[in-house]
Design a protein around this ligand. Structure first.
Ligand code: FPP
Ligand code: MG
Length: 333
């Protein structure tokens, strides 16, 4: 089933989220709107707002406490704005060339406006969350936003010594830079819909978001080694070029022969790689099926996410969350 079908029960709310986003990126400074619109109109999947809305429905459906209409729209828009801000900053940090099938903002307008528009979007997002008037919401979102930045710092630091990056470090980066905001989307949805005594349900929903978020990034890391630029909407093989140790490479190194490991150690100890070195590493990842192993790991996290759903009332929102989890591992971009 395609994403549009999976999300059909929240399609009206997702349209309202788009309107709320557009309202919040208006600015008397034309370039601020232009850069924001350029990335936001670039074909993002709106996974985070969808998770927030579905989790809200899933928790609130049974007890009739369906979330306050405007608050869930506003907080879903806020989370997408934070995600967008983080992508603008990420493309500067990674010196990216392509995002969502188009030249990235840093290439079109340069680093300075790109970083600053990221700051604008983050500020707008925090203002929107604040206007929901719920301190728990503010905490969930600001905690996640801090973790995004921490994840990026961990990643930048680990790229200085690629070969010393362990599996635990890889997972630490994934949890911070990606899973934290997806977990927070789920929690915010549940917080808006739950009764005060529903803290167990909020934790169950949080665990769905965390595990789905880990799976989401694992698939991204696998696609970076196994997809094509046309399908992926961004350059492939970039993680290696940027000096990032991700699990497809990590798993392949573990399975490589002693001689291959020695050669890999020498190459990965360098600051940058030439064409021959890059080809050798890509061949190793292909030979030892690093991308497939990473996808297998993603599947196990998706199964954990789906298992959380069994502790929630079975309703149409819950079913969509279950299908969304399958979509995350099957996605091609
Ligand atoms: C994409 O990772 C990047 C992220 C998921 C998070 C980026 C976070 C920051 C730059 C910190 C800034 C934080 C805020 C709150 C503004 P990737 O480079 O692996 O994926 P890609 O291939 O899509 O670029
Ligand atoms: Mg990047």
């Amino acid at each position: 089933m395609g994403l549009t079908d999976i999300l059909s029960i929240i399609s009206d709310d997702l349209d309202r989220v788009e309107q709320e986003i557009d309202k919040n990126i208006q600015s008397p400074v034309p370039l601020v709107y232009e850069i924001s619109k350029y990335l936001l109109d670039g074909g993002g999947k709106r996974i985070r707002p969808a998770i927030l809305l579905l989790c809200s429905g899933s928790v609130g459906f049974e007890n009739g406490a369906l979330a306050d209409g405007w608050k869930k729209i506003a907080s879903a828009a806020a989370i997408e704005l934070i995600h967008t801000a983080s992508l603008l900053h990420d493309d500067v940090v990674d010196e990216a060339a392509v995002r969502r099938g188009k030249k990235s903002s840093n290439v079109v307008w340069g680093n300075k406006p790109t970083v600053l528009v990221g700051d604008f979007l983050l500020s707008k997002a925090l203002g929107l969350i604040q206007s929901c008037g719920n301190l728990e919401l503010i905490k969930a979102v600001t905690d996640a936003s801090a973790k995004l930045a921490e994840g990026q710092v961990l990643e930048v630091m680990s790229s200085a010594s690629m070969i010393e990056t362990t599996e635990d470090v890889c997972f630490g980066i994934i949890e911070n830079k990606t899973a934290s905001l997806i977990e927070s989307s789920a929690r915010v949805g549940a917080l808006l819909a739950a009764d005060v005594e529903d803290s167990d349900r909020i934790d169950v929903v949080g665990s769905y978001g965390l595990n789905l978020g880990i799976a989401f990034q694992l698939v991204d890391d696998a696609l970076d080694y196994s997809s094509t630029e046309q399908e992926f909407g961004k350059q492939v093989g970039q993680d290696l070029v940027e000096g990032k140790m991700t699990l497809p490479l990590y798993y392949s190194i573990q399975d490589a022969t002693k001689t291959e490991q020695e050669k890999l150690n020498k190459i990965l100890g360098k600051d940058s790689f030439d064409e021959k070195e890059l080809s050798f590493i890509f061949e190793i990842v292909s030979k030892y099926k690093g991308a497939d192993k990473t996808k297998d790991s993603a599947k196990s996290y998706v199964n954990k996410a789906k298992e959380s759903l069994t502790y929630l009332p079975l309703n149409e929102f819950n079913k969509s969350l279950d299908m969304l989890a399958d979509f995350v591992v099957e996605r091609k971009n």
